[in-house]
Ligand binder design. Structure first.
Ligand SMILES: [Zn+2]
Length: 307
C-alpha cells in the first residue's frame, strides 16, 4: 500500500512517498509564481510517483476546506477559492485529500513523532508567521474548517501590521520576522554594537539572530528571550483554553529549540491560572522536521482511502 503526501508552501514543495509506513522524501523548489498551484503539485507528484499509489494527500498553508478540497485563501499562494482537491484528482485519476499544512503536520507528529501516545495536543509552528493545529482525543479538530489560526489572535491593541491585514496579531510578536525586526532596530540604532558586527553581511533572519545569541552575543540573547517570552505568553493563553497534555513547537524558528523554548516554558508556567497548584503542559520541539506536513498528508490519504 502506498500514498503520496505533498506540502506546498510559498517557495517549496515537499513530496513524500509512504509505503507501508516507510517514508521516502524529496524536496523541490517551485520556480516563481508563474507556476500555478495545481501544476506545482502535479509535477511534484509525478516526480516521486512509482505508479502504484492509491491516493494523494495535500497540505496547504492557508485557509483550506477539507470537505471539498478547496483552498479558500493562502497568504503565500496566488489565487482564491481554488478547487485543488478535485483538479488534482481529475489530472491524476486517483483520490485526493486536502487539509491545512499545520493540521497535516500535527497528524504526522501524533502518528509517528513526538506526540505519539498523547490525547490532547496543540501544534504551534514558528516560522514566517505562527501556524497552529488542535488535536483533541487523538483527532484533528477543525471547527467549521479553519480552527487553529493561533497566529492571528490579537495580543495587542493597535500594534504592528500583520500579513493578514490586521494589527497586533500574536505572530507580529513571536515569529522569525518579529525577531529579525527587533534585531534590525538595534543594529540601526547602534551600528557599532557587537550585534551589528555579528550580523554584518548576513541576511538578518530570526535564525541568524538565534545563531548570534548561541555564539554568546548578549544583545541577541536578550532579543531571543523577548521573543521566547512572547511565545510563552501565547502558549499560556492557549493552555487556558485547551488545557492540552502536550504543546509541540515546530517551524523553522521553533525547531531551533531551547534558546526560544526555554523562556517560553518559564512564562507559560508563571502565567497559568492556578499557578503552582497545577502542572503546566509539556512543551516539546517537533520531531519530524520540515517533512512533517507532507508525511501527515500521506498518512491522511492512507487513512481516508484504506481506513
Ligand atoms: Zn494576523
Amino acid at each position: 500500500m502506498s500514498t503520496i503526501g505533498i506540502d506546498l508552501g510559498g517557495s517549496k514543495v515537499f513530496a513524500v512517498r509512504l509505503v507501508d509506513g516507510e517514508v521516502d522524501t524529496t524536496e523541490r523548489t517551485v520556480v516563481g509564481r508563474s507556476v500555478t498551484t495545481v501544476d506545482a503539485i502535479v509535477s511534484a507528484i509525478e516526480e516521486i510517483s512509482q505508479g502504484d499509489e492509491s491516493g494523494v494527500g495535500i497540505g496547504l498553508a492557508g485557509l483550506v476546506r477539507p470537505g471539498d478540497g478547496m483552498l479558500v485563501w493562502g497568504p503565500h499562494l496566488s489565487g482564491t477559492h481554488l478547487s485543488i482537491g478535485s483538479e488534482v484528482s481529475d489530472r491524476l485519476g486517483m483520490p485526493v485529500v486536502v487539509d491545512n499544512d499545520a493540521n497535516t503536520a500535527l497528524f504526522a507528529e501524533m502518528r509517528l513523532g513526538v506526540a505519539v501516545g498523547y490525547r490532547n495536543v496543540l501544534l504551534v509552528t514558528l516560522g514566517t508567521g505562527i501556524g497552529g493545529a488542535i488535536g483533541i482525543d487523538g483527532a484533528i479538530y477543525r471547527g467549521g474548517a479553519f480552527a487553529g489560526e493561533f497566529g492571528h489572535v490579537r495580543v495587542e491593541d493597535g500594534g504592528l501590521l500583520c500579513d493578514c491585514g490586521k494589527r497586533g496579531c500574536w505572530e507580529t510578536r513571536a515569529s522569525g520576522p518579529a525577531l529579525a525586526r527587533l534585531a534590525r532596530e538595534v543594529v540601526e540604532a547602534n551600528p557599532d554594537s557587537s550585534l551589528a558586527r555579528a550580523l554584518d553581511g548576513v541576511a538578518v533572519t530570526g535564525e541568524a539572530v538565534v545563531g548570534a545569541a548561541d555564539e554568546g552575543d548578549e544583545t541577541a540573547r536578550a532579543l531571543v528571550t523577548e521573543v521566547g517570552r512572547s511565545l510563552g505568553q501565547g502558549l499560556a493563553d492557549l493552555a487556558a483554553i485547551f488545557d492540552p497534555d502536550l504543546i509541540v513547537v515546530g517551524g523553522g524558528l521553533g525547531s531551533i529549540g531551547e534558546s526560544i523554548i526555554g523562556p517560553a516554558r518559564r512564562v507559560l508556567a508563571d502565567s497559568l491560572h492556578g499557578g503552582n497548584l497545577r502542572v503546566p503542559p509539556t512543551v516539546q520541539v517537533a520531531m519530524l522536521g520540515q517533512a512533517a506536513g507532507a508525511v501527515g498528508a500521506a498518512l491522511m490519504a492512507e487513512g481516508t482511502i484504506h481506513g
